[in-house]
Design a protein around this ligand. Structure first.
Ligand code: CIR
Length: 258
């Protein structure tokens, strides 16, 4: 039976120093962030996901955004080489965690850069954002790692946001959702549904019709509820101040043995 495990990583004491690129910096309340992170993990567990904590990286302010350190396809983990130098030390404990869970491990090598937040998986298609954090060599290495396993890799230019998945994610039926002002090329996707708020573009598929979403996107949640989905809302305001979203706080692992 497929496992339902989710990697998460506790925010560290330097969280407030996390990178901001497209937003103006506003103060982060680290203790509120920790409470929000606990509630996020609880929401995953309440919907049948076993959370697995990666060892914290207290010197890395952005380590909580664990999605950026690894891309999973089937039972293979591609450990990334983050585009931001300050995030490169995040990956070793993530590699250890996925290896301990039984994944086969591959790595993005210098000089390529790739952030997990740039990879949107829909079935066997991997859309990869070529933008501020992921370069052409990173895209090539993603192809080399996963095309032999049956993935189709589609590269998408990203200019307006930090990562591809800051702009778009996908519903369980593969429909891509996004907030139009921030989606550079909606025509690259097979089906595109606009949502009315920027954070409304981010969903984590919890299973069945359940979608984990940010509490800051009530209108988008309403729209998706009206389409028969069941939004589960979590407040992640402190992570949003650092350009984080619901997707980047976990990595779901569904195809590991054991
Ligand atoms: N996948 C994501 O959207 N990750 C968010 C990363 C935010 C972090 N402050 C960064 O700039 O790297």
């Amino acid at each position: 039976m497929a496992s339902k495990k989710a990697l998460i990583r506790r925010p560290g004491p330097r969280l407030a120093e996390g990178l901001v690129t497209h937003l103006e910096r506003t103060p982060v309340d680290v203790s509120l962030a920790l409470a929000q992170w606990e509630a996020y993990g609880e929401a995953l567990r309440a919907h049948g996901w076993e959370t697995v904590e990666v060892d914290p990286a207290d010197d890395c302010p952005d380590a909580v955004f664990v999605e950026d350190a690894v891309v999973m396809f089937r039972n293979v983990a591609l450990i990334t080489r983050p585009g931001a130098e300050s995030r490169r030390a995040e990956t070793s404990a993530v590699e250890q965690a996925v290896a301990d869970l039984g994944a086969s491990v591959n790595r993005v090598r210098e000089p390529g850069t790739l952030d997990g937040g740039d990879v949107l998986k829909i079935g066997d298609t991997l859309y990869v954002g070529r933008g501020g954090r992921t370069d052409a060599d990173g895209v090539r290495q993603l192809r080399a790692a996963f095309e032999p396993l049956g993935a189709r890799v589609v590269a998408v230019p990203v200019a307006s946001v930090l990562h591809l998945k800051s702009a778009v994610t996908a519903l369980p039926d593969g429909t891509v959702i996004g907030y139009p002002p921030l989606v550079d090329n909606p025509s690259l996707f097979e089906r595109f549904l606009p949502v009315p708020e920027e954070p409304g573009a981010h969903v984590v598929l919890l299973g069945g019709a359940k979608l984990l979403m940010a509490a800051s996107a009530p209108k988008s949640a309403e729209l998706l509820a009206d389409l028969g989905y069941e939004p589960v809302l979590v407040d992640i305001s402190e992570f949003e101040k650092l350009e984080g979203c619901v997707t980047c706080l976990s990595v779901r692992l569904r195809n590991l043995y054991g």
